[in-house]
Design a protein around this ligand. Structure first.
Ligand SMILES: C[S@@+](CC[C@H](N)C(=O)[O-])C[C@H]1O[C@@H](n2cnc3c(N)ncnc32)[C@H](O)[C@@H]1O
Length: 227
């Protein structure tokens, strides 16, 4: 808890550098069942030649990319997270960069991202999506899972709202900011930004993660295709 508090008072990059050695044991690392279900949903669209994990952290997304792609690359700005990723997946290529200015040009067939979009203010997201668009070859696919919004009556709704309010208060009174907001990534807003970047956007249910009481999928895979 003390270490998480220190992390939360750091910058995003510095915070992840500190957390890196223990990151895989925190709830912030994308769980294996989400990765496995995403890989299942993505498999019919593959195989792919070169895959890119945007904001790769310690390399969780490699569990999705490695079985689907011939070559895999992870990009992240935390040297600490990249060091862990490199240790766990020595066969992949690891690039240190800020994904708001992605340094790739038409080299990839598939890009994925997990658990990171909340680190970007809505005004920063277009630069990230434009960078992913540039990084993909024509016909390339940018895919990522997005959970259904929790209903107002659920504990999750209030937990996520509480987290975002706490972060906004923290960022109003403390520098450097630590941007991480759960409620800025609604499907409609993401679809709009992806479309503006040039992608053609569809979604498919991630069936492996089940359905809600009303029958709608708990999670959808966003499929943003570069024409
Ligand atoms: C919650 S972690 C997710 C890591 C991994 N994708 C996973 O699912 O376990 C978010 C990651 O995004 C990275 N990140 C945040 N903002 C970034 C930026 N502007 N450029 C590059 N990486 C960034 C952090 O360093 C961190 O590794």
């Amino acid at each position: 808890m003390r270490e998480l508090m220190v992390q939360a008072l750091s910058s995003v990059e510095g915070g992840y550098d500190r957390l890196a050695p223990k990151f895989d044991r925190t709830p912030f690392r994308t769980p294996d069942r989400v990765l496995a279900a995403t890989a299942d949903a993505l498999r019919p669209f593959g195989p792919f030649e070169r895959g890119l994990d945007v904001c790769c952290g310690t390399g969780a997304g490699m569990r999705v990319l490695e079985p689907l792609c011939r070559e895999v690359t992870g990009v992240d700005f935390s040297a600490g997270m990249l060091a862990e990723a490199r240790g766990a997946h020595p066969g992949a290529e690891w690039v240190r960069a800020d994904v708001r200015v992605l340094p790739f040009d038409e080299g990839f067939d598939l890009a994925v991202t997990f658990g990171a979009l909340g680190h970007f203010l809505p005004g920063e997201r277009p630069a990230v999506f434009e960078g992913v668009y540039r990084a993909l070859r024509p016909g390339g696919l940018f895919a990522f899972p997005i959970g259904a919004p929790p209903p107002l009556t659920s504990a999750w709704y209030w937990a996520l709202l509480g987290f975002d309010v706490a972060m906004r208060v923290r960022n109003a009174v403390w520098r450097p900011p630590f941007v991480m907001y759960y409620r800025t990534c609604a499907l409609g807003a993401l679809r709009e930004d992806l479309t503006a970047a040039g992608f053609t956007v569809t979604t498919v249910p991630v069936t492996g993660l089940g359905r809600r009481e009303d029958g709608s999928p708990r999670c959808r895979l966003i499929l943003a295709r570069k024409p």
